[in-house]
Design a protein around this ligand. Structure first.
Ligand code: GLU
Length: 309
């Protein structure tokens, strides 16, 4: 199977697509991104990297950072995390507040905003915001073997200035005691995580630990069991109220962000990142999903594809 060719063919097909979705416009730095952009990177278990399109261009990973934050929080407090956040798909929008009332301030899962805010609060249980942000940056740099990854301060500032719904979520959870620390510090840290700026290549490299049972180049970052469980959560909850459809169409664990990126994992086979800023109605990259659908169709990498070898 010629993965380089497949990735290039997909990028070529995506360049011809006219229905590209709608670029997020809630903050100026995202609204300014051209909808023509498309990048894709596939890292195979043998270490080979296959890229096409704008795969080297950094973009705002936004909610994909929730995967890395979850990994750090599980590392810090283990299964205790699950006393404060659930593991069920939400079936509602990324920033929904309605469920929180009936479920007494305990978010459905760590990949909706409320859940990621709790995860951030957990990390701040033993770190100051500056330390937690530094830890996150070091973590993704190590995962990706790339010291050039940075946080876009302009994005972080814009999130802060417009994050009224996130403030409402955090304050509401503070009232229930699921968020325990200083709400402003928790949000400031959460917004910095969202503002991580990475290219498809860097993101696919950073996802290798989920492809390879928690290891990268022989070095262990999480246990095999935890890597498996993070993948399970990405499959069931990685795309907000579009998670079922993503599993149906693509059949791989994945996490999307409102910047138009998607990190996807074919366990034991590949770590994949796609980016195209135009979003579908659920806030997930329109072409990113389409590209992944083509990739699994051509490679048979869906976890639901029988592997008889
Ligand atoms: N910064 C966004 C927010 O918290 C992230 C949403 C997303 O990527 O889906 O609203």
């Amino acid at each position: 199977m010629d993965i380089t060719q497949i990735v290039e063919d997909i990028a070529g097909a995506m360049a011809r697509e006219t229905e590209r979705g709608k670029v997020a416009d809630y903050i100026a730095p995202l609204a300014a991104i051209a909808p023509e952009r498309f990048g894709m990177a596939v890292v195979l278990r043998d270490g080979s990297v296959h890229v096409a399109g704008d795969a080297e261009e950094p973009f705002s990973i936004q909610s994909i950072s929730k995967v890395f934050a979850l990994t750090l929080a599980i590392g810090a407090v283990g299964d205790q995390l699950w006393t404060r956040v659930g593991r069920e798909p939400s079936g509602s929008a990324f920033n929904s507040i309605v469920q929180l009332e009936s479920e007494r301030g305990r978010p459905r899962n760590p990949f909706i905003n409320a859940g990621a805010i709790v995860v951030t609060d957990v990390l701040l249980g033993h770190l100051e915001p500056r330390e937690a942000i530094g830890q996150m940056l070091r973590f993704v740099r190590e995962l990706a073997s790339d010291e050039t990854i940075r946080i876009d301060e302009e994005v972080a500032r814009a999130e802060q200035e417009t994050g009224f719904t996130n403030m409402a979520l955090a304050n509401y959870m503070r009232a229930f005691g699921t968020v325990r620390g200083d709400v402003a510090k928790v949000l400031g840290t959460y917004f910095h995580f969202c503002a991580l700026s990475m290219s498809c290549r860097q993101l696919a490299m950073a996802g290798r630990y989920l492809m390879d049972g928690g290891r990268v180049e022989g070095r262990r970052f999480v246990t095999e069991r935890r890597a498996r469980r993070i993948n399970a959560l990405m499959m069931s909850c990685g795309h907000y109220d579009n998670s079922g459809d993503f599993a149906y169409r693509i059949g791989l664990p994945g996490k999307s962000g409102v910047g138009g990126g998607i990190l996807c994992v074919a366990p034991g086979i590949a770590s994949i990142a796609v980016w195209s800023p135009g979003l579908n109605g659920n806030g997930n990259s329109q072409l990113g999903q389409m590209a992944l659908e083509r990739l699994v169709y051509q490679t048979g990498w869906s976890v639901f594809e029988p592997k008889f070898s």
